[in-house]
Design a protein around this ligand. Structure first.
Ligand code: ADP
Ligand code: MG
Length: 697
């Protein structure tokens, strides 16, 4: 554990990063590997052999006995299977070995990962392939090698491979556009800085709640007397126990080379946020998976449990993951940077237009990228952007776009804006004070902040979509520019046309208001409130063609992935419904019966000595009514759950059934149980309440 506060000393100490590579690899090997990392060129077999050996030596010196190919199956979690470095020798001893082949390729038994039928169990072979663009690292005495995961026949079975493909798509199409502006960078890549929200809860208390253990959220629970109405937690002083936890999280992540930068309390009691400095989408995705894992692991050391679920508590703020996304060149140019004169910065305007077009044209696909059972509780609720996808530009950029649309370039307010003159100041300054927290997709100076993602999601899927849809519209811009004489004039024309044709998706007002819901409907924007409503659109012709065109997913891959996402929703809901039934039948109902008995016995005792306890009798009656109601609701839920369509036959019908039929019954069961919670004595209530969970941190 670090004591002297010297971050530089520990940063990346557990990562086989460039510095370590440079120190440990022969010059030629290092150079060749570097080329693979920066340009994506194929890696030579002999190079892999040398790298493997150096990695092994480094890992063993750092206490490792095993290595693992670390991959990201479609579950959204990471997976690992550990092999030791040992190899037997003739004299019954062992030596530690690690070959280039073992580094480059692995073959985990893949039969139990979701593939949507891409890989039948009888041909369970799945292969992992080393991803040299994300560094290997050490955790728990194992060398972790980031890998892609593919089937025997080459179909992708993971989230990393398509992410890398989508990065290639952005690289290709953005470079085509830049060429018209006389720029030929070696690479264009996308960057992400994900802000991760989470809740801490006392571990012992959490373990007493079946719902938290099995589903990650509370399925019952009356509102505590104090919620978040005082706004006293947001950016508030961090409690000592939490602070110690955060310190260890920072240190563990720094050792793993994660640029953790920001931490603070969030809006709800016991809710917090952690954010790194942005890096390439691929590394950022790996690092976000590690961050979620370390949060959970370190929480345990401090007697906490870390809840990553989007909505652990009804009526209290949920957790999201703001995905700050941009693209930039290997020469260090950020392509969404407006500069001091955005109105004249045609290249910027074109890139901006491409994003606006992408978000409008592929709004449904973006919506699906954040559609999960957990996130359904959040989108549209008070603290999160609504399920309607729109873009916020900020007042000044909105004005630039308006002027271009109307042709009134000479407008006086524009002059005011341009005269400020200082590089990047006008936009940035204004944005710093003028934040629209209600927009799902906000321009924030040099990047877009996509605010819809849920806290528990892998950010891979989201960025696969972002990269691909923007690659697509950039490609269309490049097609239009092909063969034109005056690039600047043509590019401006393309941008203006996009601003005119896609302005329905631009919205700078309050995204939480009811007026916006109506206005959006008038504009023809979709409001897909639930996952089952949104999900089928990922299989639409628009979507199938998009991913196929850019080599991100084959049609089959898109289609099977949609099924997997839908099944995931169905399974989550099924577990929630069954957990509710369990808790209601085995814990809540017996508690209510016991407490009723206590009240009734009191009434009887009092009557026996001639006292007539009117109010207690009323209480006994009320308890009786509510308990009866509880039993009715339990039976109702049992009945509707038993009629759920088979998800293996039609996961979409199953999902729709949950939304239309099961969830309303779950809600009414909860309502009755929560009422009972408020009148049953605390000693009788079978599990910790919201007050316990939210305030004993
Ligand atoms: P906020 O005030 O919205 O919380 P922060 O300054 O905390 O914003 O930054 C949020 C995230 O945005 C950080 O991870 C930061 O590194 C990231 N970020 C900053 N610039 C870019 C960029 N150009 N591309 C992608 N992410 C970026
Ligand atoms: Mg932040």
């Amino acid at each position: 554990m670090m004591t002297n506060g010297n971050v530089a000393e520990i940063f990346g100490s557990k990562v086989f990063n460039l510095a370590t590579m440079k120190e440990r690899l022969p010059k030629a090997t290092y150079k060749s590997l570097l080329k693979t990392i920066s340009d994506g060129t194929k890696l030579d077999e002999r190079v892999a052999e040398v790298v493997a050996n150096a990695m092994k030596d480094w890992a063993i010196e750092n206490g490792c006995t095993h290595y693992t190919h670390w991959f990201q199956p479609m579950t959204g979690f990471t997976a690992e299977k550990h092999d030791s470095f040992i190899a037997p020798t003739a004299d019954n001893n062992v030596i530690m070995e690690f070959s280039g082949k073992e580094l480059v390729m692995g073959e985990p038994d893949a039969s139990s990962f979701p593939s949507g039928g891409l890989r039948a169990t009888f041909e369970a072979r799945g292969y992992t392939a080393w991803d040299p663009t994300s560094f290997a690292f050490i955790k728990d005495n194992s060398l972790y090698i980031p890998t892609s995961f593919l089937s025997y026949t080459g179909e992708v079975l993971d989230k990393k491979t398509p992410l890398l493909r989508s990065v290639e798509a952005i690289n290709k199409e953005a470079k085509r556009v830049l060429k018209f502006f006389g720029k030929e960078p070696a690479r264009v890549t996308s960057y992400v800085g994900p802000e991760q929200e989470y809740f801490l809860v006392d571990k012992e208390l959490r373990n007493q709640r079946k719902d938290l253990v099995l589903t990650g959220r509370t399925l019952f629970g009356a509102m505590p007397p104090k919620g978040q109405e005082m706004d006293d937690h947001y950016f508030g002083q961090i409690k000592e126990r939490v602070s110690k936890f955060m310190k260890e999280v920072d240190e563990e992540l720094w050792k793993l080379g994660v640029y953790v930068k920001t931490k603070h309390n969030e809006v709800a009691p016991s809710q917090h946020e952690i954010a790194p400095i942005f890096s390439t989408t691929n590394i950022s995705t790996d690092h976000n998976q590690l961050t979620m894992e370390i949060l959970k692991k370190v929480a345990d050391h401090h007697g906490f449990y870390c809840l990553l679920h989007e909505k652990p508590y009804e009526g209290i703020n949920g957790s999201g993951k703001h995905n700050n996304w941009s693209i930039g060149t290997s020469d260090g140019e950020l392509l969404f940077k407006p500069g001091s004169k955005p109105l004249e910065n045609v290249q910027f305007l074109l890139f901006l237009a491409a994003v606006i077009k992408a978000v409008d044209k592929y709004a449904d696909i973006l919506r699906v990228s954040v559609a999960t059972a957990g996130n359904d509780h959040r989108l549209g609720a008070n603290e999160a952007p609504p399920a309607i996808v729109s873009v916020y530009l900020g007042d000044q950029l909105a004005q630039v776009v308006d002027e271009l649309k109307t042709g009134k370039h000479e407008d006086s307010t524009a002059g005011e804006f341009l005269e400020t003159g200082v590089e990047a100041l006008p936009i940035l300054k204004k944005d710093a004070t003028d934040r629209n927290r209600t927009s799902p997709f906000a321009f924030t100076g040099n990047r877009f902040e996509f605010r819809m993602p849920g806290s528990a999601q892998s950010i891979a899927g989201i960025n696969i979509v972002l990269n691909t849809i923007v690659a697509d519209t950039l490609g269309e811009c490049a097609d239009e520019l092909e063969g034109c004489e005056d690039v600047k004039a043509k590019a401006l024309e393309i941008a203006i046309n996009i601003f005119k044709n896609h302005d329905r998706v631009i919205f700078n007002g309050n995204g939480y208001s009811d007026e916006w819901v109506e206005e959006a409907e008038r504009r023809g924007l979709h409001n897909l409130k639930t996952t089952p409503e949104a999900m089928p659109l990922f299989k639409s012709e628009l979507s199938l063609a998009l991913f196929e065109k850019h080599g991100v997913f084959s049609r089959t891959e898109t289609s099977t992935r949609t099924d997997i996402m839908m099944e995931d929703y169905d399974k989550s809901l099924n577990i929630e419904a069954l957990t509710m039934l369990d808790m209601a039948r085995q814990e809540i109902l017996p508690a209510c019966l016991k407490y009723s008995k206590f009240v009734i016995e009191n009434v009887i005792d009092k009557r026996a000595i001639g006292i007539e306890p009117k109010k207690e009798t009323e209480l006994a009656n009320k308890l009786n009514d509510l308990t009866e109601d509880l039993i009715i609701r339990i039976q109702e839920l049992e009945s509707v759950v038993s009629k759920t369509p088979d998800l293996n036959v039609d996961p979409f019908a199953c999902g729709k059934y949950y939304v239309d039929t099961v969830i309303p019954v779950m809600n009414s069961l909860r309502k009755t149980a929560d009422k009972l919670e408020t009148i049953v004595a605390k000693d009788y209530w079978p599990f910790p309440t919201y007050t316990d969970l939210l305030y004993h941190v």
